[in-house]
Every structure is written in C-alpha cells, then in structure tokens.
Design a protein around this ligand. Structure first.
Ligand SMILES: CCCCCCCCCCCCCCCC(=O)SCCNC(=O)CCNC(=O)[C@H](O)C(C)(C)COP(=O)(O)O
Ligand SMILES: Nc1ncnc2c1ncn2[C@@H]1O[C@H](COP(=O)(O)O)[C@@H](OP(=O)(O)O)[C@H]1O
Length: 357
C-alpha cells in the first residue's frame, strides 16, 4: 500500500506543478480538490443511505402516535410491548414471538455475519491479483472483528454486564423484584446486574433508560453490510462515480482510489450485485422492515418516565426528543469509528483498510 501511496503522491504533485501550459488544467484540478467530500463526513450517497435510519424511526413513531388502532391498544410498560394476546395485539408484528423476531432479529448478528461472509466470498475479483484479493479479505475480516466486538460489548458482555445493562443501571434502573426480595432477606437477587439474569430470577428490570438492543443491532448490522457490500460493488461496477476521500500521511487529501491497486469500473457492464450482494440486500431489507416494526410497536423510550396527568400523546412526544435515538447513536459510534475515522487517520487505515480498496 505504501508504494501505491507514493505513486499517487508523486502523480498528484506533478499534476499540480503549475507549469504555464498547465494553468487551466491546474485551476480545474484545484477546483476538483476543493469539491472533494470531506474525509470525516459521509459522502452524499452515504448520507442518503444512513439517513434511512432516523427517517424510519421518526416515521414509525409518528405512525404509532396517529394510528387509532395502536393508540387504543393497551401497552405494558414492564414488558415494553402492547398486549401480547393475538386477539388484542394491534398487529402480528407487535408480538414478540413473531417469527421474524424469533428467527431473524434474536439471531441477528448470525444472519449479518452469514450475509457478510457469503458476499465476501462471492465478490467478483476480475483481474485483481490473488495476493490483493487475499489482503482485502483479511482487512474485511479485521473490520468484521471490530464491528462484532462493538456489538458484543454493547449487547452481550463488557468486562461483566454489557454496556446496555450498565447504562440502564447508571440511569437509575434496577432489578425491582430484588428490592422486595431484599426486604424479605434474600440478598442474591439484588446483585442481578443484567436484564437476562434479572428476568430469569423473576425480577422486573425497571427504572432506568434501556437502550433499544433491537434498534442498535438492526442499525449496526445494516450499516455494516451497506459499507462492506455497497462500496466494493460500486467500485467494481463503476455504476456511480462517487469518491471517498482520505487524509494521507503527509496531510494531503486524496480520493481513496489513490490507495487502490484496481481501477473503478473494472467490471463495468456486469451486474453490480451478484448472488452474494443480493443476499446481503435481502438481509438489509428485512432489517429495515424490523426496525420500522420496532419503531411502531416497541417504544421502549416512553415507558421509562411517568408523567402523571399528561396525555399519552404528550408522554410520547416528550420522550421521543429525549430517549428515542440512543440505540441509533450507540450504533453510529461504532460505524463512525470503524468506517470514518480510518479515512483521516492513516495509521488506523493501514490496519482496517477501507471496503473495496
Ligand atoms: C452457498 C452457501 C449457502 C450456505 C447456507 C447456509 C445457511 C446458514 C444460515 C446461517 C445463518 C445464521 C443463523 C443464526 C445462527 C445463530 O444463532 S448465531 C448466534 C448469533 N447471536 C445473535 O445474533 C444474538 C443477537 N441478539 C442480540 O444481540 C440481542 O438479543 C438483541 C436482539 C440485541 C436485543 O435483545 P433484547 O433482550 O430482546 O432487547
Ligand atoms: N420488531 C420487533 N418485533 C418483536 N419484538 C420486538 C421488536 N422490537 C423489540 N421487540 C421486543 O421488545 C423488547 C424490547 O426490545 P429492545 O429493547 O431490544 O428494543 C424485547 O422483548 P424481550 O426482551 O422480552 O424479548 C424485544 O424482543
């Protein structure tokens, strides 16, 4: 990669050398440079792709507020859901035991990993040398480890309870049955530090802010697949000539392609998405649908605060502002660290690389 950087650096330096005959070319190139996408921000296409998440959350929330059926449906603050009886639940998707939740979201990271590995193995390699393909796959594997590490820390384990359970307790939550058990002399339940342990002990995990694990997992998994499948497909097919910019070790800002061994549009004329890409698109679509269902039926953000005397509509409006986006924000922290920080930190880019480069 260092040799590619040197080649690109010397090429740009000579291109911009400013000989009298090249003044017009230099000017237009300087304009092109100034038009470059800032390395620390998503590109225009990425902004559209990432913008889907808040749009879905806002739309789902508004829908749940205006829908007469949903407003009329009893909501249980402890189970964080509408009544689960099939004859009363406002929709099949309002039930926690719906098949998409049980088989897809509850095993979500397994499905995302499957789609990632399958699409990586099926990615067309064109005339790319095998050593370059191998190096790309290794760097993609390193990014999977990093993203999976973030998912693991947030939802499964973080040197003890996962971040979701720790933040729940930091914001005042506890295993409520534990208080009664303590009063009755049973100290063991008091020590329940995770939602899983609390519920397994018959306790109620109440009182704190519960980052939505569903929103977190669905956003993180979808953004991960968009990056890992979208960028290689875009570069290979040359369907949309959009450049990610990177900061080089000498501080110059260049197109990420300056560090690539292959040109954009190597496979022009071929379909951008083969069976691997289409599988990932299927997982992305299902994830976005389930994100919408979570936003509509599982408002884990508004049951946390009680506004006595306030209308239900007002409760929802207030809490949307305060609590709605923590799952989204937590996922965004991971995505930004793994896919954007390397664009302006060359040392990190040397380890994790960029998808498709
Ligand atoms: C040509 C080759 C074809 C090969 C075809 C093979 C097909 C195999 C498909 C394999 C797909 C993987 C299936 C899933 C396997 C697993 O279960 S792996 C386990 C992964 N675990 C998770 O993903 C757990 C995800 N869950 C959570 O993180 C949390 O539960 C939550 C959803 C974030 C929130 O939990 P709540 O408590 O409900 O809030
Ligand atoms: N789209 C969806 N479909 C079914 N259940 C969902 C769901 N989104 C959230 N839930 C359920 O709502 C509860 C809160 O989820 P979260 O905090 O992750 O948003 C969880 O209940 P359980 O923990 O009882 O399974 C979860 O299973």
């Amino acid at each position: 990669m260092a040799s590619v950087q040197r080649r690109a650096a010397s090429k740009t330096a000579s291109d911009l050398s400013g000989s009298p005959n090249n003044m017009a070319a230099s000017t237009s190139q300087a304009q092109a440079v100034s038009r470059r996408n800032p390395p620390y921000l998503p590109t225009p296409l990425e902004r559209i792709a990432l913008g889907i998440f808040p749009v879905i959350l806002v739309f789902g929330t508004i829908f749940s507020i205006v829908s007469p059926d949903i407003r009329a449906s009893p909501y249980d603050h402890v189970s964080q859901s509408h009544h689960q009886d099939p004859s009363i639940a406002p929709s099949y998707f309002a039930r926690k035991n719906n098949v998409f939740n049980v088989i897809f979201v509850k095993r979500g990271w397994g499905w995302v990993t499957f789609a990632f590995v399958f699409s990586l193995l099926m990615q067309p390699t064109g005339k790319t040398p095998p050593a370059v393909v191998l190096a790309r796959r290794i760097r993609a594997g390193v990014r999977w480890v990093a993203v999976t590490g973030w998912w693991f820390f947030v939802t499964q384990w973080f040197f003890g309870p996962p971040i979701i359970d720790r933040s729940f307790r930091w914001t005042g939550g506890k295993c409520e049955l534990a208080q009664r058990e303590v009063a009755m002399g049973d100290g063991t339940v008091k020590e329940m530090l995770t939602a899983v342990a609390c519920k397994a002990a018959g306790g109620k995990w109440k009182g704190g802010h519960d980052i939505s694990g569903h929103v977190f997992l669905l956003v993180l998994g979808t953004a991960f697949l968009m990056q890992e499948v979208g960028w290689p497909a875009l570069r290979f097919s040359g369907w949309h000539a959009e450049e990610r910019c990177v900061v080089m070790s000498d501080g110059a800002v260049k197109s990420a392609s300056a560090e690539s061994e292959t040109a954009v549009g190597e496979g022009s004329g071929e379909s951008a998405f083969n069976i691997g890409g289409k599988t990932a698109i299927g997982i992305i679509s299902l994830s976005l649908w389930m994100l919408l269902m979570t936003a509509i039926y599982f408002h884990t953000w508004f049951e946390k605060v009680s506004y006595k005397g306030a209308s239900r509509l007002m409760q929802q409006r207030k809490l949307i502002v305060v609590l709605q986006f923590t799952g989204l924000v937590t996922a965004t922290i991971g995505v930004y660290t793994i896919y954007y920080v390397p664009r302006f930190v060359p040392v990190l880019r040397g380890v994790v690389g960029l998808p498709g480069i």
